[in-house]
Design a protein around this ligand. Structure first.
Ligand code: PNS
Length: 168
């Protein structure tokens, strides 16, 4: 792979994303991490925050061949614009595969762009942005699941509430 795109919502970036980005950086000469601008989906983090986090992750990982960008519209059009020949996606479980396979086949039929599936490291196979947000919102500690910049931003968003225990 010469130039791969790692697309996603990254709301927020998890350690599972960090794992896939790092491994894509080892597989392709050049990697663009592409954050989808999705007007119809209410995100927790603003686009600029998502990009900031990803820039921090790339800097911390020491990946000189990885850049970060946002995109709207079709993924294959974005790939064409930046000159990418492939898409890299993480697969956590068989349940991911069903939808991801359809997207990969559709994207290839639209443009010829290939998708490479990378199996998520087992320690992150349960991890998703939506579960991270739910745990953080309910006062749980997610610092082992997300990059430090995400843990900090989530703690600002959701200060830990005093315990509310009703007995009896
Ligand atoms: O992190 P996500 O939300 O699972 O990422 C999904 C994403 C951004 C990869 C996917 O929704 C996407 O590629 N959207 C762009 C629109 C598009 O190209 N659709 C047609 C192909 S399915």
């Amino acid at each position: 792979m010469k130039h791969a795109v790692c697309p996603g919502s990254f709301d927020p970036t998890t350690n599972g994303h960090v794992d896939i980005i790092g491994r894509a950086a080892g597989l392709a000469d050049q990697v663009t991490v592409a954050v989808l601008v999705n007007a119809s989906k209410d995100g927790l983090f603003a686009m600029e925050e998502r990009l900031e986090v990803l820039r921090e992750v790339v800097a911390a990982g020491g990946h000189p061949n990885v850049e970060v960008a946002s995109f709207s519209g079709l993924l294959v059009d974005f790939c064409r614009r930046v000159g990418a020949d492939s898409v890299v996606k993480g697969i956590r479980a068989v349940s991911d595969f069903d939808y991801e396979l359809k997207m990969a086949q559709l994207n290839r039929s639209l443009s010829g762009i290939e998708t490479v599936f990378v199996p998520t490291s087992t320690e992150y196979s349960f991890l998703s942005s939506s579960l991270v947000k739910q745990v953080a919102r309910l006062g749980g500690n997610v610092s082992a699941l997300v990059p430090p910049g995400v843990a900090r931003r989530l703690a600002e968003r959701y200060p830990v509430p005093p315990a509310d225990v009703a007995l009896g």
